[in-house]
Design a protein around this ligand. Structure first.
Ligand code: PGA
Length: 260
């Protein structure tokens, strides 16, 4: 059984005060939570320290939204794995489509970051997904295959066991358009098949694959109850405690066998 995981990608939202407000609200709402699923918050860098102290003794874990592939040195504006470890981050989102689109991150760069994250004992949440043009051209499978090969290049089975893949169709991110549960499930199945071919069936079967792209309280249950969907990477709907809690609740319900 794969344990489901909900991660909130706050992107460039919330200053320190707003971070504290949101986390305190979530803490209050999570009082009766029985740890059925994993919850990760990924605030912007300046909020990480404060977030870490606020989530102490709660089920919430901390993640960063990006990380340098370099150890240290003259890389103005970058943040290293060591810095994030010293804060107590356990997860890091890598290769988000916004990083690929606006900051020109390639599969090769993402692969270098994944290797660095694994060396530093992070759980990388590695994002892949096709654009609208690619979907309309009928080449989604080809794009996903290329991305999976690229981001997992030279990783061992033991490495792949430690990562999370987030399938995020670019056309669904922040647009309000989401993949239907069936569309998402099909791509997740392809990802699992590819990992099974490159590594082994047991590695593929234990791989956590999240869906991301306009997940909200209305569509979360249908997406999360698909057999191949093991969680969600949530952007906009992770910015209010009400919306995020509803998604966590939907995930808990979707985790109960035979729940309908
Ligand atoms: P969205 O973002 O939920 O706002 O579409 C998801 C993401 O970018 O991870």
């Amino acid at each position: 059984m794969r344990r489901k995981i909900i991660a909130g990608n706050w992107k460039m939202n919330k200053d320190i005060r707003e971070t504290a407000t949101l986390i305190n609200e979530l803490k209050e709402r999570l009082k009766d939570f029985k740890n059925e699923v994993d919850i990760v918050l990924c605030p912007p860098f300046p909020s990480l320290v404060v977030a870490k102290s606020l989530i102490k003794d709660t089920p919430m874990k901390l993640g960063a939204q990006n990380m340098s592939q370099h150890d240290e040195g003259a890389f103005t504006g970058e943040v290293s794995a060591k810095m994030l470890t010293s804060i107590g981050c356990e997860y890091v989102i890598l290769g988000h489509s916004e990083r690929r689109q606006y900051f020109k991150e390639t599969d090769e760069i993402v692969n270098a970051k994944v290797k660095k994250a694994l060396k530093t004992r992070f759980t990388p949440i590695v994002c892949i997904g096709e654009t609208l043009e690619e979907r309309e051209a009928g080449i989604t499978d080809r794009i996903i295959t290329t991305q999976i090969k690229g981001v997992l290049h030279e990783l061992s089975s033991t490495d792949v066991e430690k990562i999370i893949i987030a399938y995020e169709p670019v056309w669904a991110i922040g647009t309000g358009k989401y993949a239907t549960p069936d569309q998402a499930n099909q791509v997740h199945r392809l990802i699992r098949k590819l990992v099974g071919q490159h590594y082994s069936c047991p590695v593929a079967e234990t791989l956590i694959i999240q869906y991301g792209g306009s997940v909200n309280s209305q569509n979360a249950y249908a997406l999360l109850s698909q057999p191949e969907i093991d969680g969600a990477l949530v952007g906009g709907a992770s910015l209010t405690s009400d919306a995020f809690m509803r998604i966590i609740q939907a995930c808990v319900e979707a985790s109960i066998p035979n729940h309908s």
